[in-house]
Design a binder for this molecule. Structure first.
Ligand code: ADP
Ligand code: GLC
Length: 474
């Protein structure tokens, strides 16, 4: 099959979170299965032109009220993938994508022209396919930023792509591309489409809703999250629409890309290791302690956290002054904590102050792919107290790296981790249910007490590292 994946992010080029890893991992797996796969993303400033080559023809894209030119680049893909046909395509327009941020900056967290930027991305998908005479059997778009793909196909491109089917994946229902009505003109669509294409919502517009209603098939990234999304508590206001589409809605857990996240070949960690010989993991943990300026004590358990510092990830329960569990955990537990993340400023400030106050707390505020791999490899436990989590990739990476996850039982975290309390024989981690600082504190305390039983730890590590989290299985 010919498959075009359209996304705002794709690893290793542009990444703010799991979307990038999921898109590239899936693309690669589909490619290895013999499909012809192309992944289309914008060329932001974070993607150096040195790794790209310019395609001959530029594209003229209608914005609805005028036309703009976008250049097309392709990755010299052999640099990134040994396998045959997977191609990364980049659309380039200085005015729209010539910026550091993908969705926004510190000063403007959601760029004011995002409806235009991402509608041009969606329109470019079709212009690109036409320009090379390549007709996808499936166009797969992802999250609110590419939700207009099926809308544009149905409105303008059907005659050129009569048999193309659309699949839309909801990676994060909490981000919907909701804008005031005035932003509608930036999409360049006829007024009637606002209602016909289900863009109108509560007096404004909602791109995610339109993508869901206009696609042939919808997926989200775990079974449990699919069920949650169809309830008023977990549906972010779109549960009714999703319930109405349940016959074309499926939950499929993400896989992990074993060329990127694999302790046997990871290019960022100092020593490789396997489930049969964890000697290297001890060296990785020492490297982690050094990276974060912590005492290199081989006996103190290290607990890792890597995340976007946003409400979704349970940052209030961890870090809110006078409320969050981290202060008490640092004071009470014989353990070290390392945090990698960036996001809400109050939270970054709290993390800075914990770093100054506690010898057993280290942090890196910012984005670092290398440090994130070192944390996965060097930690003993990995904490994810998410408020909601459609899939979650870090708990999967943790299990594959022999790092035991401690998670709140929500969405994909519940689907992927087997709790010590439920089945000590098959356990891969620890789960808790309440979203409270006490639940976080008590579960970490429980995990640390089990951690003293070396045989139990070894078994859990072995279970996690033997699990099949491949894209092939997904
Ligand atoms: P989400 O997509 O909601 O952010 P996931 O668990 O699916 O959550 O994926 C997060 C991905 O982003 C992981 O690959 C994680 O390692 C990475 N990540 C998040 N924050 C950072 C950071 N500050 N530095 C490096 N990697 C990060
Ligand atoms: C999202 C979700 C996360 C998921 C990722 C990739 O951003 O928050 O749970 O793992 O997308 O699908």
């Amino acid at each position: 099959m010919n498959i075009l994946i359209v996304s705002a992010e794709a690893s290793p080029f542009a990444k703010t979170g799991g979307l990038a890893d999921a898109v590239s991992g899936l693309g690669r797996a589909l490619d290895l299965k013999g499909n012809s796969v192309k992944i289309l993303i914008p060329r932001y400033y974070c993607i150096s032109k040195d790794s790209l080559e310019l395609c001959k023809s530029a594209l003229l894209i209608s914005t609805g009220w005028s036309e703009i030119t976008v250049n097309v680049y392709r990755a010299r893909n052999s640099v990134f993938y040994e396998s045959g046909s997977l191609e990364y395509i980049f659309i380039d327009n200085e005015k729209l994508y010539g910026r550091d941020g993908i969705y926004g900056s510190d000063y403007e967290p959601d760029y004011h022209d995002n409806p235009l930027r991402f509608s041009v991305l969606s329109r470019s998908a079709f212009a690109f396919c036409r320009s090379i005479n390549w007709i996808p059997d499936i166009i797969h778009s992802n999250d609110w930023s590419t939700a207009l793909v099926p809308v544009i196909l149905n409105l303008f491109e059907r005659k050129n792509f009569p048999h193309t089917k659309t699949v839309f994946t909801i990676h994060n229902l909490g981000y919907q591309g909701s804008y005031p009505d005035a932003a509608y003109r930036l999409l360049g669509l006829p007024e009637s489409c606002k209602y016909d294409c289900h863009l109108a919502r509560f007096g404004g517009i909602n791109l995610l809703q339109a993508g869901i209603c206009s696609s042939d098939f919808i997926t989200t990234v775990s079974k449990k999250f699919m069920e949650e999304a169809m309830t008023p508590q977990g549906g972010f206001g779109l549960d009714g629409i999703l319930r109405g589409m349940s016959d074309v809605f499926e939950g499929i857990v993400n896989g992990a890309d074993s060329t990127e996240w694999n302790p046997l070949i990871d290019r960022y960690i100092p020593v490789h290791y396997s489930k049969d010989d964890l000697t290297g993991k001890r060296i990785c943990r020492e490297a982690l302690q050094k990276t974060f300026g912590l005492k290199t004590d081989p006996d103190v358990p290290v607990i890792g956290i890597i995340c976007r510092l946003v409400e979704q990830k349970g940052i209030a329960e961890l870090f809110a002054p006078y409320y969050g569990a981290m202060y008490r955990m640092c004071s009470d537990f014989n353990a070290q904590f390392v945090v990698v993340g960036s996001g809400e400023k109050w939270c970054e400030n709290e993390i800075h102050s914990l770093t100054g106050r506690f010898e057993n707390f280290g942090s890196y505020i910012g984005y670092s792919e290398k440090i994130s791999h070192i944390v996965e490899a060097g930690s003993d436990l990995f904490l994810m107290p998410s408020k909601y989590e459609p899939c979650g990739l870090n708990q999967i990476y943790s299990m594959l790296y022999g790092t035991i996850p401690v998670v709140r039982a929500t969405g994909g975290l519940d689907d992927t981790v087997i709790s010590w309390a439920d089945n000590p024989d098959k356990a891969t981690g620890f789960k808790f249910y309440d979203l409270t600082p006490d639940a976080v504190y008590n579960t970490v305390k429980w995990a640390l007490s089990v951690f003293e039983d070396k045989a139990a730890v070894r078994k859990m590590q072995h279970n996690g590292m033997s699990s099949d989290f491949s894209w092939s299985a997904s």
